[in-house]
Design a protein. Structure first.
Length: 236
């Protein structure tokens, strides 16, 4: 009678008799399960609008500055619009906001060289609480009484703390008149996008650096601005 082949103990599984290769594969799987491979540590990802915004701002500034340094003779708005289109951020408000950021970045070095006492801040009177504001007006614009009903009180207090002279005006032509009269070495402007562009155009010829903050909510009355952005420039 033919003898049955011997079956090693380790070839017997709960499922029955395993082929040697299958047993080896099973063993490898078991080892794999027992000692999971170390997962490479992922870099920390910051999530949140503020961080994302900061990241986008940095990348776009660098890209736009590079484009300009290459000698592209194109208006800033067009450069930014093209970049935004390529990154999928096509909203006009984003384009405007980023254009202002890039312009600020390009002029910042010159701005920072000017002592604070020779910088002047221009604020739009549309930031006032129009119904309740008691600020008197003269050729220098409105004189805030710091009643606290609008953001002007906090902004002007911060400007004064920094030794920065401020004006609250109606618009571009009044700003230019004051600049011609007062002759500041650097200007900080809070305004809507169009006013900022007009100011930039005028100031380019004078070599006066401008740092601008675009209104978050524009319009003719009760506009809004991000205080943090204004304070950042006032304290720079
Ligand atoms: S804080 Fe100044 S600008 Fe604002 S409403 Fe009062 S007085 Fe007018």
């Amino acid at each position: 009678m033919k003898e049955k082949p011997m079956i090693a103990e380790d070839e017997v599984s709960v499922m029955g008799i395993a082929a040697p290769e299958a047993a080896a594969a099973e063993e490898r799987r078991a080892e794999h399960k027992a000692e999971p491979k170390a997962v490479p540590k992922q870099p920390e990802v910051k999530v949140g609008l503020k961080e994302d915004l900061e990241d986008i701002r940095k990348r776009l500034k660098a890209l736009a500055a590079k484009s300009l340094s290459l000698g592209l003779n194109t208006p800033m708005h067009s450069v930014i619009a093209e970049i935004m289109k390529r990154t999928g951020l096509v909203d006009e408000r984003w384009i405007q906001y980023t254009s202002v950021e890039v312009e600020n970045n390009l002029g910042k070095e010159f701005f920072l060289k000017v002592p604070k006492g020779e910088r002047v801040l221009f604020l739009p009177h549309c930031l006032r609480d129009v119904k309740n504001c008691a600020a008197p007006i003269d050729e220098d614009g409105y004189h805030c009484r710091k009643c606290g009903r609008c953001a002007i009180a906090k902004i002007t207090a911060e400007a004064e703390r920094n030794g920065i002279k401020w004006y609250m005006c109606g618009g571009g032509s009044q700003v230019i008149n004051i600049i011609q009269r007062v002759k500041p070495k650097a200007v900080i402007g809070v305004a809507c996008y169009n006013e900022i562009q007009m100011a930039l155009e005028k100031l380019r010829a004078t070599n006066i650096p401008l740092q601008a903050v675009m209104l978050r909510k524009s319009g003719c009355v009760n506009t809004e601005v991000d205080l943090e952005e204004v304070f950042e420039i006032l304290n720079a």
